[in-house]
Design a binder for this molecule. Structure first.
Ligand code: DAH
Length: 335
């Protein structure tokens, strides 16, 4: 016999027994049973032996191979069990340790305020509706009785969208009031709605001005609606929003779409702060939506537009409106 099979077998069994890891064992398996091992090499030469020798040699090699395989399997199982248990000890989870704190996000203060707005007006029977941010000049101005020469139509004050052939004049709405028209075109009174939404003004920003901000439009149309109802609704809303009894007062003002028009002030820490524009719906607005054939019991309505950012700033003592849109986490994480 050109190689000492017995010696190889003994040596292999000793090495298998001494193997310290699965990796270690795997290289031994390649060494003794792999295609390039001495045993495999020998097996390839067996076919050249005499018939008698061939049978004997074949049997012997197979016996050894089987024996080694069994030894490999046994050792492999032993090593794997050891390795798994070592790993578990190393990575053991201490179930009594305090958990890792998951950082909780929070809603933007404007989102929080808008949710309160919806909830409070809803509780007074107002529907919540929303309108498009890109409006036509008809809805944003004309139908609201805002004359052609009104300064808010100026390029300096409004973001106009480039006009295409045959298209209406589009702009980013400067207020939520156009939704008054859109709603009244499709619904008959009596009704009450609020329209929360974003509006845009083309102006330089500073602590009290942003090019975008939020308003809540309100509109109630019914028989015998008056400024007294408006005062009641706004007082209730503000008291709920600020969670304390709020006092408000009206100042005479002017808006093209209301007559009479008022500015709404609310008293806070002894100071009066303006928070909304409002008034009784102007007859021309009703005319634009084809309400009110002349008669003794015409529809009447009040409308208002509240500045949401102002409410948020008062609520949280914020002195610069730009913080609300800056996306600075140091600011946002406080809410
Ligand atoms: N649209 C006005 C603005 O943006 C606010 C306003 C005033 C809305 C009076 C109204 C209203 O509904 O009646 O300045």
């Amino acid at each position: 016999m050109p190689i000492d099979l017995k010696k190889i077998e003994t040596e292999a069994l000793e090495n298998i027994e001494a193997a310290e890891s699965s990796d270690n064992l795997e290289s031994l398996r390649v060494k003794y049973l792999g295609r390039k091992s001495e045993i495999s090499g020998y097996l390839r030469t067996v076919k050249d032996l005499d018939a008698d020798d061939r049978a004997e040699a074949g049997e012997e090699v197979n016996r050894i191979k089987k024996n080694l395989k069994k030894a490999f399997e046994g050792k492999s199982k032993e090593l794997r069990e050891k390795e798994v248990s070592e790993k578990m000890t190393k990575e053991r989870i201490d179930i009594s340790a305090p958990g890792k704190k998951i950082k909780e996000g929070s809603l933007h203060p404007i989102t929080q305020a808008l949710r309160d707005v919806r909830r409070i007006f809803n509780s007074m029977g107002f529907y919540i509706v929303e309108g498009p941010e890109a409006e036509t000049d008809f809805y944003n101005f004309d139908a609201l009785n805002i004359p052609k020469e009104h300064p808010s139509r100026d390029l300096m004050d409004t973001f106009w969208i480039k006009k295409e052939e045959g298209m209406d004049n589009y702009l980013l709405r400067t207020h939520t009031s156009p939704m008054q028209i859109r709603f009244m075109e499709k619904h008959n009174p009596p009704f009450r709605i609020v329209v929360p939404g974003r509006v845009f003004r083309h102006e330089a920003t500073d602590a009290t001005h942003e090019i975008q901000f939020y308003q809540v439009e309100g509109l109630m149309v019914d028989k015998n609606v008056s400024l007294a109802h408006l005062k009641g609704v706004l007082t209730h809303f503000l008291s709920e929003f600020f969670k304390k009894d709020v006092e408000i007062k009206f100042h005479q003002s002017h808006f093209p779409f209301t007559e009479p028009s008022v500015e709404v002030f609310m008293k806070l820490k002894g100071k009066w702060i303006e928070i909304a524009g409002a008034g009784m719906v102007h007859p021309n607005v009703f005319k634009a939506v084809k309400y009110n054939p002349p008669g003794p019991d015409d529809w009447q309505g009040f409308a208002f537009g509240i500045g949401v950012d102002r409410l948020v700033m008062i609520r949280h003592n914020i002195d610069d409106v730009r913080l609300l849109y800056g996306g600075d986490l140091r600011f946002l994480e406080q809410f």
